[in-house]
Design a protein around this ligand. Structure first.
Ligand SMILES: *Cc1c(COP(=O)(O)O)cnc(C)c1O
Length: 393
């Protein structure tokens, strides 16, 4: 059976009523037959049938044993970090999601957990950074916004040889394209706010573990710390996941077309997309994932920040906003938005130049999206000609 068929039918029909859509159990507590005797549910922070359906679904989808749902991607990441103890070290990808960086540096550092940031797209850097104190390797692949790819299988071997865990933030690829647990990772986290939800209408996070024992620990933190996903949002996320394969297929094919269009644009300097042969990690991306995703980044030949911000406000279909993975195409300018708090030199060294634009390619027709970009480039060109002639006058 193909994964898309399996996914749709792995969501059970309600055994009580035959409802084909998962019921939303909007309840805080469950009546017990006798003290401690219940139907498997006692209090909705600990467990809820709608959330349990979602958790089983994501566990299946990621080929893991246990899925655990949280109120945001960061709450999911936070639950994984709670596995650590004071004195432990982490090796993390250098262009890590900004919120994860903040969590490491401004929350966990004061509890004695230290993080070494390295470019994990070169596995040698990971090998050299690991010490006997390293308990966790943290990667994102592809990364944001320069779409660097790390070799999950090889890094998993390094983790195993050093008795530490490998956690992959699989938000950008989604399980429709890449299954890190099958490549040797121990834990997968998601900002389900992005592709899994898919409609820019909720905030949610998921953790999936390969082993049940580790999953039980994460479930313990879910209940003990309480950052659960609500029943309605669990239902909404299930509904999003039902169309994941179909959506991702379209995101990938449109993103590929847009990346190729951008490569041939005279005003564009670099294009970052793992599906392009020019991408330095194209081969490993091809090997470990079924497709290259819906995010495309590019820089302009004119590297003035003002030119990039002019472009960012010139598109009509691509809406200027943070976040990604929804049906509507979005565009962002990391230097002045998501990466603004990073010192300019550090940011530029990580490849996020002043003119870098990130596209989240949505589900509109690819030709319309290309026309939208083309029109924005024309406006940019027109403005440059006008500026040049006013200088001459
Ligand atoms: C958005 C994002 C997060 C954080 O998720 P929230 O749902 O916003 O809390 C974590 N990792 C990556 C890669 C993201 O894009």
């Amino acid at each position: 059976m193909q994964p898309s068929t399996h996914l749709i039918h792995s969501i059970p029909v309600d055994p009580l009523t035959g409802a084909i859509s998962v019921p939303i159990y909007q309840t805080s507590t469950f009546v017990q037959d006798a003290p401690g005797i219940n139907k498997g549910y006692d209090y909705a922070r600990s467990n809820n049938p709608t959330r349990a359906t979602l958790e089983n679904l994501i566990a299946q989808l990621e080929n893991g044993s246990t899925g655990v749902a949280f109120g945001s991607g960061l709450a999911a990441i936070d639950a994984v970090l709670k596995l650590l103890q004071s004195g432990d070290e982490v090796v993390a990808v250098d262009d890590i999601y900004g919120g994860a960086y903040r969590l490491f540096e401004q929350v966990y550092k004061k509890f004695g957990i230290t993080v070494k940031y390295v470019d994990t797209s070169n596995v040698e850097n990971v090998f050299n950074a690991v010490t006997p104190k390293t308990k966790l390797i943290w990667i994102e692949t592809p990364t944001n916004p320069t779409l660097k790819i790390s070799d999950i299988k090889t890094i998993a071997k390094i983790a195993k040889a050093n008795s530490c865990l490998l956690c992959v933030d699989n938000t950008f690829a989604s399980p429709a394209l890449q299954k890190p647990l099958s490549l040797g990772a121990d834990i997968v986290v998601h900002s389900a706010t992005k592709y899994l939800g898919g409609h820019s209408d909720l905030i949610a996070g998921l953790v999936v573990t390969k082993e049940k024992e580790l999953g039980d620990k994460i479930k313990f933190y879910q209940n003990a710390c309480g950052a659960i996903l609500a029943p309605f949002d669990s239902w909404l996320l299930i509904r999003g996941i039902e169309t994941l394969h179909l959506r991702i297929k379209q995101h990938c094919s449109s993103a590929q077309a847009i990346a190729e269009f951008l490569e041939n644009c005279p005003q564009v300097d670099k294009v970052y997309y793992p599906g392009l042969k020019s991408h330095p990690n194209h081969n490993i991306a091809k090997e470990q994932s079924k497709g290259f995703g819906g995010i495309v980044s590019f820089t302009l030949k004119n590297d003035a920040e003002a030119v990039a911000t002019a472009f960012a406000t010139s598109t009509e279909l691509f809406k200027l906003a943070e976040s990604l993975g929804g049906i509507k195409s979005l565009l962002s300018h990391p230097a002045s938005m998501t990466h603004k708090t990073i010192p300019a030199e550090t940011r530029r060294a990580a490849g996020v130049s002043d003119s870098l634009i990130r596209l989240s390619v949505g589900l509109e027709d690819a030709e319309d999206l290309i026309n939208d970009l083309q029109n924005a480039f024309k406006k940019l060109h027109h403005n440059e000609v006008e500026t040049a002639s006013s200088v001459l006058n």
